[in-house]
Design a protein around this ligand. Sequence first.
Ligand code: CA
Length: 480
Amino acid sequence: MRRRDFLKFMGVAAAGLGLQSVTKAAASRTKPNILLIFADDLGYGELSAQGCLDIPTPNIDSIAKNGMRFTQGYVTHPVCSPSRAGLMTGRYQHRFGFEHNPGPEAYAEPDFGIEPKEITIAERLKTFGYKTGLVGKWHLGFRPECQPQACGFDEFFGFLSGANNYHADKRKNRRPILNNGEEIQEQEYLTDAFGREAVKFIEKHKKHPFFLYLSFNAVHAPLEATDEDMARFKEIEDRKRRIYAGMTEAMDRATGKVLDTLRRLKLEEKTLVFFISDNGGPTSQTTSSNKPLRGYKGQMYEGGVRVPFLIQWRGKLPAGKVYDYPVSTLDVHATAIAAAEQKILSDWKLDGVNLLPFLKGKNKKRPHETLYWRVGAKFAIRHGDWKLLLERDEPEPQLYNLAADISETKNLAEEKREKTKQLQDLFDHWSSQMEPARWIRRVSRTQADGKTGRTRGQITEGEKNIEPRLKPSGQAGDVE
Ligand code: CA
């Protein structure tokens, strides 16, 4: 069902049930707001709550203090764009061919973008009467039918591509900042601007249930911080780390302002808050650490896909608790729908689950027995505490027991051949149900001129291992 048809259908269904209208019923103030804060390239070890020692993040940590922290929170992909497609739809993005980053906007393949037939969390919540807003980075399509306002967002302040300059004076590579479709000249440091606009959105819709997706491009490259924020970290000798610390400080401050606004407007008990990163930290590029995990952004090791993952809903969910079973960004969609007191229908074919019963202790099982990742020929599968993964240029998959070996140091593939085969079979079965990639990452016109002879849905042998080629930290780039 196309987006517009779905919305129409919901209206008819509501009428058929004798409801006044879904919108009106859902607009009652009893429904909670959903605030989804998504950081960019923030590594597993980069919050104080996650063990970071040199950059304090008291505001973000307060979400863990007032809510719950997940030690095994996963994303569906180790780079930005596909990870966001899984988050928005609650489905493995491979189901609709969204397997790779697009590369810079100028070279992105025409097909790139979220499939119009896929229903985003914003579209669903909008149907249920929510005011919906995106502040920040989109990275899910440049075509009009793939832009935020065609994907369920009433309001959009931010940019469409994968990265951006933070300072207005570095105009050279600044991607356009859009305010509901109109390009504006934003002068404030971008992270502060996004915090400001998020506060504005909450104030504007305080009397009505809202869904706000606050999608920082912090702490993605380019490394740019304000002098003031960097000055707080004089004791950090490495300049790169000092800039990165300033960027994190700005994101923590902006998050604090948003959380303060909820408090001031007495919306804390009426707001379900998520704070998650879109993929692991690219350590060599930005210094972002994934400790104690192995690997980094782009990789199938835990450092690529296990991220800071926090949730808060005062009065509804426990405070100060740590949850240890694996959860996924796939679960955000279903959890938000359940929080909005709506039924999750089986024909939506969500891969994520409603986490609320698990977090309230009503369901003591694992939310997921098995999770999957695929990036071209690379893959990973987690089944229970076992993980099988194939990294780039490796001939054979590696097997780890994450319960005993969180840092993936001891490859047990040879020793546990049966387990290796079981996980390989499970992965193969899942993978066979997915669509082929609809595009690969393009970085130049030569790649895009059809010389590969590739047609839609086919990836040539040489293109199978697509990895993000991380740019030096000083360049803007709109890549990942
Ligand atoms: Ca990212």
